[in-house]
Design a protein around this ligand. Sequence first.
Ligand code: GLN
Length: 259
Amino acid sequence: MDELRGAGIPFHEAVTLLAWAMDCDAGEVLLREPAPEQLARYRSAVGVRKTGFPLQYLTGEAFFRTVRVEVGPGVFIPRPETEVLVGWALRHLAPGDTVVELCAGSGAISLALAAEGPGCRQYAVEVDEVAYEYAVRNLAGTGVDVRLGDMAGAFLELDGSVDLVIANPPYIPAGAEVPPEVRHEPERALFAGPDGRDAIAVVATVAARLLKPGGILVFEHAEGNGGLEAPEFCDVQTLADLAGRPRFTTARSVVAINP
Ligand code: GLN
């Protein structure tokens, strides 16, 4: 269809936008004729997409591993590399484990863990009110305990009892160049201090407090900006993303030896 091929955006994006405008599945767009108002809606969305506005903000949804999350302006759009982080976490979870997600954003990580995990007690915290509202909607009915607030003081009642802490914190160095599309996303979900490690430092401090001895921390970071030097952690490992770039750090909470 000329509308799709000649849209001036990638074909699969055009299909996604037409399906959204026609309120049908992507597979159906070639089988049906859009109504005039659906075509107008599609054309206007294509125009907005051409300005660099994210596709997922137009359709209001993003897909992450096996789940779908609602997204929109004001909340970070989940990325494919983070699917690898969740895959690693899933291989380290056992039924009944206690899991805490820090910097939860839309709640995509927690939702995927709830959908694919072995049945864990899950908690998530998000500091931004707009993002928190998305997380609440996305995690409705999952049993995940989602809270609004600063991770620094979150879940004090869980101190020393958590099996796994997971986070995709903001980690882009402040002032770094990002693609035009990324500039539509909330700054506080992206940038974290001059070296991109400000939020990671807080994540490590909070994880050290929450984790039980031998518990696991896993977090995403900028390429080559991983590792963790803290006396509370051992077995520090950096793992690669889909493109083979160092993107995740995992560590184990040390088992305290009483004198
Ligand atoms: N991976 C994201 C990007 O490059 C950044 C994610 C983050 O800061 N947590 O746009």
